[in-house]
Design a binder for this molecule. Sequence first.
Ligand code: MRU
Length: 352
Amino acid sequence: MRVNGKNYHAVWMRENTVRMVDQLALPFRFRIKKSDSWEESAQAISDMTVRGAGTIGATAAFAVLQALLASSQKNYVKNCTHAVREIKKTRPTANDLFYAADSMLEEINKSSSFSGARQNAEKKARWIFESYLESGEKIGLHGNALLRKNACVLTHCNAGWLALVDWGSATAPIYAASRTGKKPFVFVDETRPRLQGAKLTAWELAQEKIAHCVIADNAAGHFMQKGEIDIVITGADRIAMNGDTANKIGTYEKSVLARENGIPFYIAAPLSTFDTHTESGKEIIIEERSQSEVLRVFGRGKHHTGEVEIYSKKSPAKNPAFDVTPAKYITGFITPKGIIKPKESEIRGLFK
Ligand code: MRU
């Protein structure tokens, strides 16, 4: 997608270097960070320089490739196995991280020689990267059909191109609608505590010149009640086979509010976010992040730019990064293969 009129991906790899949009610097600075080793790429996932399910997946694939390219013929299987184990420890919830790291290792293990492994792994990493681009575009195409002219869409967190390499999952239908002249309007949940909505989604939409406003997380119900929201679309980090969906904390309550107000609630996701090994949301591991993310916010002021505390350190905080929306609140999944109902048979049908 465009930044100051130039096209970018959220992450890409050239030679042995992974380049990524530094999401910690946005929206105040747009800068590209470089990583020359798998360790640095893994660190970028855990410190959220890159975040969002698909972008984490593509970064993980590139990191495994970096581990292979830094290995010798003698130690490459051992090195890559170790790197994959460590990469998978960076974040626990997004299925794409595990899917990408495991498929890279599988490709390396099944190759019969070192040079074959390098060739196959390079091909696989490129395929994973490109499948995110293609998925985003197809989700946009299918999701656009749900949006009328001037539709008002509510979204939560950032499920935009920064989170899916390009196009985004939840934002892809919005970008597609905008490019077909439908002039959508987007309500952007700020998404405490990391403010991915306010800092990333709003920034993306401004770059694409799409009309939007940022709302406090607790304002969504008010706008739904007033009839100002036509549809809710969010992304996902892991989707169980029964349709229960883990996404950024706060998604669950939006789904309940949408049901109460008779508003359709859709989840947009590539196939790599569906976890064929997880039957229901009860099995999904929810990442607990540091209390300091709740206590402190980063902002830009006239006299100070940086982190500030917003309440007394004497009070502890709890900080689950995701919650699970039960399938019963989901109207449908917008996938690259079309829109499906949150039913196990339809979900499993995606993989046939
Ligand atoms: O903790 P984050 O910022 O990585 O969480 C991101 C989200 O929850 C997104 O909404 C999700 O990854 C879907 S985007 C492809």
